[in-house]
Design a binder for this molecule. Sequence first.
Ligand SMILES: Nc1ncnc2c1ncn2[C@@H]1O[C@H](COP(=O)(O)OP(=O)(O)OP(=O)(O)O)[C@@H](O)[C@H]1O
Length: 655
Amino acid sequence: MSNQLIKIRGLQRHYHMGEETVKALDGVDLDIQTGEFVMIIGSSGSGKSTLMHILGLLDTPDGGSLEYNGIDVAKMKDEELSSFRNRTVGFVFQQFNLLPHLTITENIALPLAYAGGMKDDNLEVAKVYASKMGLGERLGHKPTELSGGQNQRVAISRALVNNPDILMADEPTGALDSKTGQEIMEILHQLNREGKTIIMVTHDRELAETGTRKITMKDGEVIDDSGHSVLPPNNDMPKKLTENYGIRLPQLIMAGVREGLLPHKMRSFLTMLGIIIGVSSVICMSSFSLGSKKKQADQIRALGSNLVKLTNLPLKDAELNQARIRGSQGLSLKDYETLIQQDDIQAYSAVRETPMTVLNDGHALKARVRAVADNFLQVNNLKLSEGRDFDPFDQNFASKVCIVGPGIASTVDSPVIGNTLTLGGIPYTIVGILKNQNINLKGLESSGLKDSSTDIIIPLHTALTRINQQKLRSQLDEIQLQVKDENQLISSGANISKIIQGLHNGVKDFEIVIPIDLLRQQEEAGKLLDILTVIISSISMVVGGIGIMNIMLASVRERVREIGIRRATGASQNNILMQFLAESVILSATGGVFGVLLSLLVVFVTCSALDIPVVFSIPLLFISFAASMSTGLVFGLFPAKNAAQLNPVEALRSE
Ligand SMILES: Nc1ncnc2c1ncn2[C@@H]1O[C@H](COP(=O)(O)OP(=O)(O)OP(=O)(O)O)[C@@H](O)[C@H]1O
C-alpha cells in the first residue's frame, strides 16, 4: 500500500511584471507522503507561500504537474477544486483570516456550511471543536474580542472542522508571542501524531527542525530536502474529491441579510429607494385609476344599467327644416313603438322635457318637468320613497298627476302625497316621491345622466294631449331602452341606430348615447396615462437597479478578503456568485416589499380622503414584486460574477 499523497514534477509559477519575470517557483519536484510533518523554510521571497498556495489548490501553476493520490489536479473543475479545499485540506494563516462579523462558532462552522450541512448541526459540531481548543467560554464572541493565540486556535478549529487529511499552515506562529506560538505548535504536533499530514511554512530555523521533514527553498527552487521520514503504511482510502456539496438556500438568504443588508442599514435603504418609488408609484397610480373608474361605473349603473338612449341631435333651424322636408319628424312615438318591439329590449321609456312654470302654493319653483312613458322608474333605476308609480289609467287618460323628486318634495307642505302643484296653470296631484339617489354627478356629465332630485314627472300622454306643442319640435326628446345583456349594448345600439335611420328616411337627426360605453371610451383614453405610469415606474426601477449594481460593486470591493477566506474554506465560484446575487435580490426584494406596503398605505389613506373605492390589482402587486426581484437579479449579476471570478490567493492577500 503506497504512502504517496502528493507528487509534484517541474512545478512553475512565473509572474510577469512588464518586462520583468519573477520566478516564484521554477521547476520544483517534490513527493510528500501521508502523515508527514513537512517544514518549508527559506528566505523571504523564496517561493514558500506560492508553493503552499498551489499545494492547497488556491492557485494554479503555469507549468509542471501536481497530483493528489494519483489524481491530476489540472483536470479538476472549480467545483472539484472547491470541494478539495473544503474537505481534504484545512488552512491556517499567519493573520488568522477570520470573518470579523461572524462569531467564533460561526467562523469555525464556515467549511461545514459549504459542505452543505444544516445550520444547527454545523454550529453544534463547531462548538465541539472550539471546546477542544479551549475556546468553550468564547463561543459567542467575535474575533476582535479575542487574543491572537485564541484567534489562531479558532483558525485551527475551522481548518479541522471538516476532518481534512492535510493541514496547511503558513507562518501560523508568526503573529504570536513565543509562549502562545509554542502552544499552537504543540496543537499541530498533536494533530500530526493523530495522523494528519501537515505542511507548514516558517521562517524560524528552530521550529523548522521540529517537523518530520525539512525542505529548504531559494529563488523558487528546492535546494535542500531532509528526505522522507519512516512512516507506517497508510491504509486509508483517499477521500473522494467530490461529493454532494454546496451551501443551502436558507443559509444563503440568512447570510445575505446579515452580511449584505444589516451591516449597512442606511446605505441599503437608500439603495432600495429607486425600487420602492418604482413599485409604489405603479401600484398607487393603478389603484387610483381603477378606483375612480369603479366609482364612475358604479354611479352610472346606479343611474340605470344596460341603458341605450336615443336623443334628438341639436340641429340649427335650417337643418331642422331640411330634416322635416325629407320626412323626419325627429324622435317620435312611432319610433318608440317600433323599438320596444325588439327582442333584446327588456324595459323602455320615452321622455319629453316640458318647460313650464311650476307653482307651489303660489310660489314659483325651479324644477325640470319631464313627461315620461312606461317603465321610466325601472329604466332609470329610480325608487319611490312614498306613494306610487303611474298606472296605465294615468297614461291612457292623461291624468293630471305627478311624481316629484326629493328636492321638490321638501318644499311642499305635508302630507306631500295628495298635495298639488300648478304646472302651466293646471293643478297636478302628487302621487309619488322619488327616493334620494345620493349620487354625486361630478365627472359624469359626458354620460348624459342627470340628477332627478328637482324633477317633476308627469305621464307622457298627459303632456302630449294637454300641452301645446311647438312647431317643428319633435314628439319625444329621448327614448330610453334597457337592453337584456350588458355585453350586447354596442350591437343593440347599432341595431337601434339602423332601425331609426330607416324610419327617418336616412336623416341623421338623432344620436345614440350608451353611458357605460362612454365610460369605456374614457377608460381607453386613460390607457395612455397607464402606459406613462408603467414607463416612469420602469425608469425608476432601472435607476434603482443601477443603484443596486453600484452598491454591490462597492460591496464586492470592500469584501475581497472575505471572498478569499470563503474560497479558502471551500466556497466554489458558484457559491460566491450565489451569495452576492442573493444579497442583491434580497436588497431589491426588500425594496419591493417596502414599495408594496407603502403603496397600500398611500392608497388606503388617499382613497378614504377622496371617497374613492379601494381597488388593488392583485396580479399587479405580484408583478411589481417579481419585477423588483428580477431587477436585483439582473443588476446583481455583474458584481456577483466579478466576485466569483476573483483569484483566491489575490483575494486573500488584499487588505
Ligand atoms: N501576485 C504576485 N505578483 C507578482 N509577484 C508575486 C506575486 N506573488 C508573489 N510574487 C513574488 O513571488 C516571489 C515568491 O513569493 P512568495 O510569497 O511565495 O515568497 P515567500 O517565500 O512566501 O516569502 P515570505 O517569506 O516573505 O512570505 C516573490 O518574489 C514575490 O514578490
